[in-house]
Ligand binder design. Structure first.
Ligand code: PDD
Length: 286
């Protein structure tokens, strides 16, 4: 089935949406993106994604191409046109197109595209089994709080993990874990404390992370924001990742070594349930 996608003010069949080969998103990865989960045709954590989109654009000096009300309306419209019940809305804004030059003009018109992906987010089999991760040095650029489309390092690292029989990677810098390839990484210590790295330019400021921290108390967990090592993670009771696509997903091993009993943690699964319930109850529909 052909999807209906959005490009620069128009909804089009996906094979008719064309972007210039001179687009700076294509030549310089000069673009930012957002991914929003949809359940029952409604948007999860949408205000958080809008706020981060604005921060990313501001950091790169790209103007927001539409107002916030229109942004929400475009999300509703693309979900409706594709009859999307469960999945993701991907949105990308590049600086625009001009002849290739490291110096860019300040008069460019941003290229704004959106598409949907059907994903069975709730029935994720990895929620039952958990995922295995490998630790690798973090070789990404230093401004990871900006959600840019420069994802090659992360993509290659995840491919390599898959080749080695794992599901994902966690990046390590100066002996401390930054995050996973496309998710934030967290542990629950033997003392029952949820530990998550503090926000900085070392990692993406995950919207799911923020919402989950807001719910920690509900499942009886105190939380601490600080960096931690692979050794500390291996010594934890439980570990998990968070993202718009994964929600809360248990991590059961690092580099082939089990975390806790090597099974998805009880409190992690409770957090997943509480996060989904809370978000679904507050999801934004038309
Ligand atoms: N990735 N860290 C990185 C590097 C990410 O790419 C993501 C999200 C997250 C989690 O952020 P959030 O909770 O706001 O989704 C953390 C998206 C889902 C992706 O690239 O598909």
């Amino acid at each position: 089935m052909t999807r209906t996608v959005y490009l620069n003010g128009q909804f089009l069949p996906e094979d008719q949406a064309k972007v210039s080969i001179f687009d700076r998103g294509y030549t310089f990865a000069d673009a930012i993106y957002e991914v929003t989960a949809v359940i029952g045709g409604k948007l999860l954590d949408f205000p958080g994604h809008t706020a981060r989109l604005k921060r990313s654009l501001e950091a790169l000096g790209i103007a927001m191409p539409v107002g916030e009300d229109e942004l929400l309306e475009l999300h509703h419209e693309i979900v409706a046109r594709n009859g999307l019940d469960q999945g993701l809305v991907y949105l990308q804004i590049s600086r625009g197109a001009e002849d290739r030059n490291f110096l860019f003009s300040d008069s460019l018109t941003p290229t704004f595209s959106m598409f949907t992906q059907v994903v069975p987010l709730l029935a994720n089999p990895k929620a039952q089994t958990g995922i295995a991760v490998l630790s690798v040095p973090d070789g990404r650029w230093a401004n990871r709080q900006i959600k840019t489309v420069q994802l090659l390092f992360s993509s290659l690292a995840k491919m390599e993990a898959k080749k080695q029989g794992a599901d994902d990677v966690i990046f390590v810098e100066d002996g401390l874990i930054t995050e996973a390839s496309s998710a934030n990484f967290h542990i629950i210590t033997k003392a029952g404390v949820l530990v998550t790295r503090q926000l900085s330019n070392a990692l993406l400021h995950g919207i799911t992370r923020g919402s989950v921290l807001g719910l920690a108390e509900k499942v009886g967990l105190a939380f601490e924001e600080r960096a931690f090592s692979v050794e500390e993670a291996l010594d934890a009771d439980e570990a998990f990742i968070t993202s718009a696509g994964a929600f809360v997903l248990p991590v059961v091993s690092i580099d082939g070594k089990a975390i806790g009993n090597g099974k998805p943690g009880e409190r992690t699964l409770k957090l997943r349930e509480v996060y989904i319930d809370d978000q679904v109850s507050r999801a934004i529909g038309r």
